[in-house]
Design a protein around this ligand. Structure first.
Ligand code: PEP
Length: 246
């Protein structure tokens, strides 16, 4: 059986301040968790986190360019220098609000991998796509655009399934709905590379909190969480990190 080490990732979005950095670092310093823990704050706070073996750091975005006249952009080398080991790519907020496409995601993933940063690539369906029973079709299109086009990425990335209708809404996919999609993603990717598909970590994201996480996490193909709102509360995030995979 393939063992996948769970990853519990915090996406602070454009929230937080130095007080939250200190509170989160202090809380995580004291916890006992078998999982890999990742904090993705706004990049300006990356270097404020004390170095620790208890957690890793990541960014929420990276430039698709290497360097040069790109006002306001931050390169992969820069986020790496600030301490990032991961970067979230293709989050639905970036796709919907900043017109990012799978092609943009691919360019950014190449930049991240060039400097040894692991991309966490997000995919999910809208509510109307789910209601029209197009969820698997939508995911297949995205997965093919990224992984069928670049099979090597499968062994080098983490996937996050984030139903768009569940992000920041308080609505969560049921454990059965989430497991069905996670299993579909793995099976679909197995057609590209069965060994890498068995190993790739697939996180669930969408209004995860300390109450709903145990039943989601008990699903066999859910290998961790991408947590938004609840990751701004150190005690609740720590509780999610502590929960064992049954
Ligand atoms: C997210 O930002 O990726 C997310 C899932 O947010 P929330 O947990 O608040 O729904």
């Amino acid at each position: 059986m393939t063992v996948r080490r769970p990853l519990i990732a915090a996406n602070w979005k454009m929230n937080g301040d130095r007080e939250l950095v200190s509170a989160m670092a202090a809380t995580l310093q004291g916890i006992d968790s078998p999982h890999e823990i990742l904090i993705c704050p706004p990049v300006i706070f990356l270097s404020d986190f004390p170095k620790s073996s208890q957690y890793r750091l990541g960014a929420q975005n990276v430039s698709s360019e290497t360097a040069g006249a790109f006002t306001g952009e931050i390169s992969a080398d820069m986020i790496r220098a600030a301490g990032a080991e991961y970067v979230i790519l293709g989050h639905s907020e970036r796709r919907c609000l900043f017109a990012e496409t799978d092609a943009t995601v691919l360019q950014k993933a190449q930049q991240a991998l060039r400097v040894g940063i692991t991309p966490i690539i997000c995919f999910g369906e809208t509510l109307s796509e789910r209601q029209q029973e197009k969820t698997m079709w939508v995911l297949a299109q995205h997965l093919d655009a990224v992984y069928a086009a670049h099979p090597d990425l499968l062994a080098e990335t983490v996937i996050a399934y984030e139903p768009i209708w569940a992000i920041g809404t308080g609505l969560t996919a049921t454990p059965e709905q989430a497991q069905q999609v996670h299993a579909f993603i793995r099976q679909h990717l197995a057609r590209i590379n069965p060994e890498a598909a068995a190993k790739v970590r697939i996180l669930y994201g969408g209004s995860v909190n300390a109450d709903n996480w145990p039943t989601l996490f008990s699903q066999p193909d859910i290998d961790g969480a991408l947590v938004g709102g609840a990751s701004l509360k150190p005690a609740e995030f720590a509780a999610i990190c502590r929960m064992a995979k049954e």
